[in-house]
Design a protein around this ligand. Structure first.
Ligand SMILES: [Zn+2]
Length: 322
């Protein structure tokens, strides 16, 4: 990549936009528009991360690291320079398009009874949680024409993975949940693979911006587990989208001393419990008080609530966690 192309990429992705899209918030403003906040690169307790939005540069007084948006992407995602460039290019293309697609899918939800019925079956019935998570529905066969009408070129639709190489909508008959830089699609039809993501990273922990302020956090595997817990009144909940954490999610959970309840699926083959136990060990090595929650056999937090479990009963499971 030429010097010129690098400069262009940096111009197109202001550091502050990129930081905010990754849930960074300034704690205070300094002179000349500079901002100070908690460092997303190390366990920071008092704001030591300085951002100069005019120059698109950062410097951390805590861990001593600094640079431009490319350097930030390298450190944040723990990748090498070329990979950081491709993540940034992908993010640049994805961000506005994904927003547009998420809004479109969100509008479709209430136009399709099969989607609402599916949510009910999965125990999701409050409008509040649907709004909070911006849950949507992909009927299939209509996103491409909508985005094309808005002027997005076919090539970028394919690049994001929203549209297949043959020009069809990728997501069809799926409940859609937007993530920080991806869209999760849950099939409502039993014949299709249940879980899908668009190409690219799943990103950090779900809704971490809200959950991280609590001294005790509940970690679940699936977004429907998250939805039912949130609906039941648990706000200190987050989701890894699977039972294996990526490096970034691991760093988020252990960014300060806290208690983490691992409420993974009680699979009949024991894989969820096994994953929870090994994750608990790794988190304890990082000073986290990690406790594993035992759900009734064959259940996950979502099915626990669907099968008439309530917040008080789930609370007792948390208290019994060890
Ligand atoms: Zn730092």
């Amino acid at each position: 990549m030429s010097r010129q192309a690098l400069d262009q990429l940096k111009q197109q992705i202001p550091l502050l936009d990129y930081l905010q899209a990754h849930c960074w918030k300034p704690a205070r403003q300094l002179s000349r528009g500079r901002l100070m906040g908690l460092c997303p690169l190390h366990s920071d307790h008092k704001p030591s991360f300085l951002v100069n939005p005019l120059k698109s540069l950062f410097y951390c007084y805590g861990c001593g690291r600094g640079g431009d948006v490319i350097r930030f992407a390298e450190l944040y995602h723990q990748v090498k320079f070329p990979q950081a460039l491709s993540l940034l290019r992908q993010w640049r293309g994805l961000a506005p398009l994904l927003q547009e697609a998420a809004s479109f899918y969100h509008l479709q939800l209430h136009r399709h009874t099969e989607a609402v019925t599916y949510l009910y079956q999965r125990g999701i019935h409050s409008a509040e949680v649907v709004e909070h998570m911006r849950i949507g529905y992909a009927p299939g066969g209509c996103l491409r024409s909508w985005l094309t009408q808005l002027g997005y070129p076919p090539a970028s639709l394919r690049e994001t993975g929203l549209v297949t190489a043959n020009g069809y909508d990728t997501y069809m008959h799926r409940v859609i949940i937007p993530l920080e830089s991806n869209l999760y699609g849950r099939s409502i039809s039993p014949s299709a693979p249940p879980h899908r993501f668009l190409p690219g990273a799943k990103g950090g922990l779900y809704a971490w911006e809200q959950a991280h302020q609590y001294p005790e956090v509940i970690l679940v595997e699936g977004l429907f587990d998250y939805a039912t817990l949130w609906q039941a009144g648990f706000r200190n909940v987050t989701c890894a989208m699977g039972n294996q954490l990526n490096a970034h999610q691991h760093r988020q959970l252990s960014d300060r001393p806290r208690t983490v309840y691992l409420a993974f699926d009680a699979d009949s083959n024991g894989s969820g419990q096994q994953a929870a136990r090994s994750l608990a060990c790794r988190l304890r090595d990082h000073g986290v008080n990690a406790l594993t929650v035992s759900l009734p056999s064959g259940q996950d937090p979502n099915s626990f609530f669907v099968q008439d479990g309530d917040a008080r009963q789930f609370q007792s499971l948390l208290e019994a966690a060890r």
